[in-house]
Ligand binder design. Structure first.
Ligand code: HEC
Ligand code: HEC
Length: 175
């Protein structure tokens, strides 16, 4: 696509999304004039509870709260007993602390909650339109590489993903 055509497509998309009731500006103005830098909003806020850092990184990388809207985190925390086929439930007091933190720390994410395409699963970060847009140049074969492990494993390609750094200048897809 020629740059001009691409821009026109983008503008059309932005307009459609605005009409649909939410704003792309929040998300996609990464290099925009308003100076908005998504990585800042993705950074882990200070005062993140230890129980979140420990329990939610026991089986996979730690996903920073800004990666999902609050409703998606509510759904995550409501279904920990059947968490993508694993039992990730904690005691209710710990779950409460984690939920409160995730909801508070994701307030800037105003994207709609999207269900996982796999029935019965909680929402995923890696199966959203936002994710697809950010990875339009990454083939399924690359996500499937053994050294990557799958789309969910952001940290394989974004070394500082757990700090909320997804800058494309620092991406490296392992062989
Ligand atoms: C017992 C292991 C286990 C624990 C503990 C656990 N998870 Fe998971 N989580 C999984 C598995 C398995 C997947 C699916 C990975 C895959 O796609 O193969 C997953 C996936 C996810 C995803 C979706 C990733 C994507 O594809 O977008 C999120 C978000 C998530 N977990 C959040 C959490 C949070 C929050 C906690 C802490 C409350 C937590 N997990 C604790 C096992 C666990
Ligand atoms: C196979 C490697 C790979 C995995 C796994 C991966 N990414 Fe990416 N990501 C990339 C590449 C390559 C780009 C830039 C390419 C493009 O423009 O399509 C990118 C771009 C991005 C961007 C845009 C960065 C910018 O500067 O605008 C974000 C945000 C992002 N990824 C988040 C994630 C999240 C969140 C996950 C995990 C749920 C993830 N990525 C998993 C390779 C990966």
């Amino acid at each position: 696509m020629k740059p001009i055509a691409a821009l026109a497509t983008l503008a059309g998309l932005a307009l459609a999304m605005t009409l649909a009731g939410f704003s792309l500006a929040d998300d996609d103005e990464h290099h925009g004039r308003n100076g908005y830098k998504r990585p800042k909003r993705l950074a882990v806020p200070s005062g993140a509870p230890l129980v979140w850092k420990e329990e939610c990184a026991a089986c996979h990388m730690l996903y920073t709260p800004g990666l999902l809207p609050a409703d998606a985190w509510r759904e995550q925390m409501r279904t920990l007993g059947d968490h993508y086929g694993s039992n990730a439930s904690l005691d209710p007091a710990q779950e409460r602390v984690i939920l409160d933190f995730l909801v508070r720390a994701s307030a800037a994410n105003r994207l709609p909650m999207e269900p996982s395409p796999t029935a019965g699963e909680p929402p995923r970060i890696s199966q959203t339109r936002w994710f697809e847009r950010k990875h339009d140049e990454v083939s399924e074969a690359k996500f499937a590489r053994e050294a990557v492990g799958g789309r969910f494993n952001c940290v394989a390609c974004h070394r500082d993903a757990e700090k909320g750094d997804f800058d494309e200048d620092r991406v490296k897809i392992p062989r």
